[in-house]
Design a protein around this ligand. Structure first.
Ligand code: GLN
Length: 541
C-alpha cells in the first residue's frame, strides 16, 4: 500500500558547515531504526546543474549514485547511515530547477504568462520535493535545504517550504532549524542571540521552525533551553542540544538521548512507543571506538589539502577498520610531493597505499612512483579509477619496459597509450554529466583476489570516468604478470587489474568507496585493510 508520506525540512542558520547533512541523516537513522522507511533529499542553491563540473577544492567530493547522478557529498552520508541507495531525485540544484522551468517555457507550457520566481520556480521546487513522497515508498522524506537562511540563493527554497506548510496540511510536515550557540571563552558564556536572530529571519520569511537543533561546544542546560524556547516560539523539549561529537557516527546516539525523533513523531501526531533497533549501529560504534591496534595507510592524491575531496574513501576506511577491529590511521600524502628520489623515505612507514581518483596531469609522476614502490616492496595497494590507470602506466613503463607509455588523458600523442579514451566518449564535447557514470556490471575471474575478496562472481559498481584500459595491450600485460580479473560482460571493458605475484595489489576502474556503508563495509576496503594488518604483523614479528 502506498504510504502517507510526512515531510521534514532541515534549514540552517547563523553559519554554514554546522552539519545539516549529519543531523538529517541521524534523524533518518533513528526513524529507520523504529521501522519506518525514509529517504533524504538535498536541495543545493548553486546554479551548476550538478557538482560534476566543480573542482573538489570548491565543494569537496562529487558523489555518484547508482543511476549515474553526480551529486553533493551529503548523499554519501545519507547512504552510509541508512544503507539505502539514493538517486538523482535526492539532489536538486537551482541550476536544475531553472533549466526545467526554462525548458517548459520554451515548449510553451506557460504560454501567455510571465514566468516568475513565485510561482514558477517555487512550484518546480515543490514538485521536486513531492516527487519523492509521491512514489508511495516512504513514510518520511527529509529535505535538507543547502546554504544558510538569509542567503539570497536560498530564498526561493525557504519560500517553497513556507508554501508547503499550508499545502501539506497539519501534522504532515515540520521544520527543523539547525543553529549555533557559540561559547564566549572570555566571559565563559554560551550565547543565544545569533539563534534568536536566525529564527527571526526565518519568521520574516513566514516560516516558524518547530524544532531547533543547537550546535554547541558545551552542554546547554535547562535554563538556556528554556530561554531559547521563549524567544523563538518553540517548546522547551523541542530545543535539542547537538554537542560536538568525536565522530559523526555518534550523532544518532546523541540525538536519541536528546529525543529528537520522539519530538518529531509527537509533533506529527504519530505513535512514539515503537522500539529502536540500533544493535548493528552500536556494534559498529563499539568496534570503531575500541580498536585493538592501529594500521597506517597512505592516501596518495592531489586534493589532499581539502579532506572533503576524498570523503567517501576516508569513511570507507572507517567502516573497514571497524570490521577488522583496527584503527586506520590515514596519512594524506600529496602526490606532487613524491618523486623517485624521496619515495622510499616518504612511504616506508606505511602498511598500505591507496592511490586516489582524479583528473588531469598534475601529480601523476608522484602517483606512478608510489605505485612502483608498493609493487616492488610488497606493500598492499589499492588504486581507484585514476589510481588504477596509473598502475597500468607504471607496469607498462617499469615491467613491460615499453617506450613512451602514458594515458591519452595526459599525453594525447603517447607512443603507447595503455590507457585510452573510451570509444563512446570520442564524440562527446559537453562536459556536464557526460562521463561513463553510475552502476555497471562486472564479472570476476575465477581464482582472482577480487573474487575471493567479494565472495561473488558478479558485482555492480559505480563509475565516473572517460578513459579505460586499452585492450590492444591485453596479452602483453597478462604475459608479464598483470591479470585483468574484472571485465564488463557487455562492453569488455577492463574493470579490475591485479598482480598475483604480490601479497595484495589491485586497481579498480570503478569507485568502491561510494558503496561502503556502516551496515555493509565495502569488501575491497575490508580486504585491503586486512592485508595491511597482515603485512604490519609480519614486519613486527
Ligand atoms: N581521469 C580519469 C578518467 O576520466 C579517471 C577518473 C577518475 O579517477 N574518477 O578516466
Amino acid at each position: 500500500m502506498a504510504k502517507n508520506c510526512k515531510y521534514i525540512f532541515v534549514t540552517g542558520g547563523v553559519t554554514s558547515s554546522l552539519g545539516k547533512g549529519i543531523i538529517a541523516a541521524s534523524l533518518a537513522k533513528l526513524l529507520q531504526s523504529r521501522g519506518y522507511s525514509i529517504t533524504i533529499q538535498k536541495l543545493d542553491p548553486y546554479i551548476n546543474i550538478d557538482p560534476g563540473t566543480l573542482n573538489p577544492y570548491e565543494h569537496g567530493e562529487c558523489y555518484v549514485t547508482d543511476d549515474g547522478a553526480e551529486t553533493d557529498l551529503d548523499l554519501g552520508h545519507y547512504e552510509r547511515f541508512l544503507n539505502v541507495p539514493t538517486s538523482q531525485a535526492n539532489n536538486v540544484t537551482t541550476g536544475r530547477i531553472y533549466q526545467s522551468v526554462i525548458n517548459k517555457e520554451r515548449r510553451g507550457e506557460y504560454l501567455g504568462k510571465t514566468v516568475q520566481v513565485i510561482p514558477h520556480i517555487t512550484d518546480e521546487i515543490k514538485a521536486s520535493i513531492k516527487k519523492l513522497g509521491n512514489t508511495g515508498e516512504y513514510d518520511f522524506v527529509i529535505t535538507e535545504i543547502g546554504g544558510t537562511v538569509g542567503d539570497i540563493e536560498s530564498l526561493p527554497y525557504v519560500e517553497a517550504v513556507r508554501q508547503l506548510n499550508y499545502e501539506l496540511g497539519k501534522n504532515n510536515h515540520l521544520v527543523i532549524h539547525l543553529t549555533l550557540i557559540p561559547y564566549l571563552a572570555a566571559s565563559g558564556e554560551l550565547k543565544t542571540k545569533p539563534t534568536q536572530h536566525s529564527v527571526k529571519m526565518l519568521l520574516e520569511y513566514g516560516v516558524q521552525p518547530d524544532i531547533l537543533v543547537c550546535r554547541t561546544e558545551h552542554k546547554l542546560g535547562q535554563d538556556l533551553k528554556d530561554k531559547v524556547a521563549r524567544f523563538c516560539n518553540v517548546e522547551a523539549k523541542a530545543v535539542i542540544e547537538a554537542i560536538d561529537a568525536s565522530t559523526i557516527y555518534e550523532v544518532p546516539i546523541l540525538m536519541l538521548k536528546e529525543k529528537l525523533d520522539h519530538v518529531v513523531l509527537e509533533k506529527l501526531n504519530m505513535e512514539t512507543d515503537s522500539i529502536h533497533n540500533l544493535t548493528k549501529w552500536r556494534d559498529f560504534l563499539e568496534k570503531f571506538q575500541n580498536p585493538k591496534q592501529t594500521v597506517t595507510i597512505g592516501l596518495v592524491g592531489k586534493y589532499v589539502e581539502l579532506k572533503d575531496s576524498y570523503k567517501s574513501i576516508a569513511e570507507a576506511f572507517i567502516h573497514a577498520g571497524a570490521a577488522n577491529e583496527v584503527k586506520v590511521d590515514l596519512k594524506w600524502i600529496h602526490s606532487e610531493s613524491i618523486n623517485e628520489k624521496n619515495v622510499n623515505e616518504k612511504l616506508s612507514k606505511l602498511s598500505g597505499i591507496l592511490v586516489a581518483p582524479g583528473f588531469g596531469k598534475r601529480g601523476i609522476g608522484g602517483k606512478v612512483s608510489a605505485i612502483k614502490y608498493a609493487r616492488e616492496n610488497d606493500v598492499p595497494f589499492l588504486g581507484i579509477c585514476l589510481g588504477m590507470q596509473c598502475a597500468v602506466i607504471e607496469f607498462g613503463r617499469n615491467v613491460l619496459k615499453l617506450e613512451d607509455v602514458d594515458s591519452a588523458e595526459i599525453n594525447t600523442g603517447a607512443g603507447n597509450p595503455v590507457i585510452d579514451i573510451m570509444e563512446s566518449q570520442k564524440s562527446i564535447t559537453e562536459k556536464g554529466g557526460t562521463m561513463r557514470l553510475g552502476a555497471y556490471p562486472c564479472k570476476l575471474a575465477e581464482d582472482s583476489l577480487s573474487r575471493q575478496v567479494y565472495g561473488e562472481k558478479n558485482i555492480t559498481e559505480r563509475h565516473r570516468h572517460r578513459y579505460e584500459f586499452n585492450n590492444d595491450y591485453t596479452e602483453q600485460y597478462k604475459t608479464a604478470g598483470m591479470n585483468l580479473t574484472g571485465i564488463n560482460p557487455n562492453s569488455n571493458l577492463v574493470e579490475i587489474i591485479e598482480i598475483p605475484n604480490h601479497p595484495w595489489f589491485m586497481g579498480v576502474q570503478f569507485h568502491p568507496e561510494y558503496k561502503s556503508t556502516v551496515a555493509n563495509p565495502h569488501p575491497l576496503f575490508v580486504g585491503f585493510v586486512k592485508a595491511a594488518v597482515t603485512i604490519k604483523e609480519l614486519i613486527h614479528s
